[in-house]
Design a protein. Structure first.
Length: 106
């Protein structure tokens, strides 16, 4: 899952470069890049947690960041900045990662 979340981070960074270079586009680019890349970073931290409680807390942060990333992907499509076909691979990976994180938490 560490490798998958790292690849997802790269996918989000690449997607963000396609956003418009407007003030609004820059805000969304910043938000989605932060949330999309932090999933893997927090998952890596979770795997090095010192306690089960710390592990669960880090996984919860990953889930929250995945949800936020999914939101920004939806906003990008709703604004017509990118089509659903362009966003779909990232959205699918985000949902899959979220489900895998839920399983890993148990």
């Amino acid at each position: 899952l560490e490798k998958r979340t790292r690849k997802f981070a790269v996918q989000i960074i690449r997607l963000s470069t396609a956003l418009p270079n407007t003030p609004e586009g820059k805000v969304i680019r910043n938000q989605i890049t932060k949330s999309g890349t932090s999933i893997g970073a927090n998952y890596r931290e979770a795997n090095r947690a010192r306690s089960k409680a710390d592990f669960k807390n880090k996984i919860a942060i990953c889930e929250s960041e995945a949800s936020e990333t999914q939101y920004w992907l939806e906003v990008i499509v709703d604004t017509d900045w990118l089509s659903w076909d362009e966003v779909k691979p990232s959205a699918a990976n985000c949902l899959l990662s979220s489900h895998l994180l839920e399983i890993d938490k148990c």
